[in-house]
Design a protein around this ligand. Structure first.
Ligand SMILES: *Cc1c(COP(=O)(O)O)cnc(C)c1O
Length: 233
């Protein structure tokens, strides 16, 4: 078995263990393999081991990788998630080449993605990125502005609002990790109580996946635990 296949097996094992540890009703957790900085060969190796959903941060790198994976024979059908910061002049290729975007934090970006989503494709799946770390983080919509953004995004025809995403400040302490993820889960539950049909809580990476799952993550974004250490991040 290849290293990537072995790593995937270990991550799946850890996901199952964390779900069992969670006091919440057993919930499914989707593994998003974050392949940034790793090449198409690594993606195909993971795909051969059964992985289907991949996350990318850097647009140019991602577009080249998506194209080379699309040329692979026999063909592999993968789901691509954009999880990096979005510049407003780069929305078109994101709308054209991705299935999901996890990092929407402004209505203007959402409007562009909706307009630019090709008519022949299903609506682009969207998670709103929330700033749950306060001043320590510059990314994400403030919790107080989240309901208005959710209303705006839910009304756009080219998009399908699926849920929330956050990247908390990295901390080693398990209880502190959980506290940050619990804040995102509360916001998610509030929006659901208001009638938004959300099914995705995108939270947890290699170093804090267990805390995220215990707090109800439905999708974890895992890079280095699958592909190894990155030269740059
Ligand atoms: C890089 C990255 C990840 C994966 O991080 P690892 O620590 O390698 O698991 C997850 N989410 C986002 C937004 C990232 O940029």
């Amino acid at each position: 078995m290849s290293t990537i296949a072995q790593n995937l097996q270990a991550v799946h094992h850890n996901i199952v263990a964390a779900v069992q540890e969670s006091a919440r009703a057993a919930h499914g957790v989707t593994l998003l393999a974050v392949s940034k900085t790793f090449d198409a060969a690594a993606v195909l190796e993971a795909a051969r081991a059964g992985q289907t959903a991949f996350g990318e941060n850097y647009l140019q790198e991602a577009l080249a990788k998506i194209a080379s994976v699309a040329a692979a024979r026999p063909p592999v059908l993968l789901e691509w998630h954009f999880i990096g910061p979005i510049q407003s002049n780069k929305t078109r290729p994101i709308a054209e080449h991705f299935d999901w975007v996890h990092t929407v934090e402004r209505a203007k970006i959402a409007e562009r993605l909706s307009q630019q989503r090709p008519a022949g494709l299903a609506p682009l799946n969207i998670c709103l990125q929330v700033n749950i770390s306060g001043e320590a983080s510059k990314s994400g919509v403030a919790p107080s502005d989240l309901p208005a953004l959710a209303r705006a995004v839910a009304a756009l025809p080219g998009l399908r609002l699926r849920g929330l995403m956050a990247i908390p400040e990295p901390v080693d302490d398990f209880a502190l990790q959980r506290a940050a993820f619990a804040r995102l889960r509360h916001l998610y539950e509030q929006l659901r109580a208001e009638g938004f049909e959300l099914d995705t809580l995108s939270m947890g990476m290699s170093s804090d996946m267990r805390a995220a799952i215990v707090e109800g993550a439905t999708m974890v974004r895992v890079g280095s635990a699958i592909f190894g250490a990155r030269d740059y991040s």
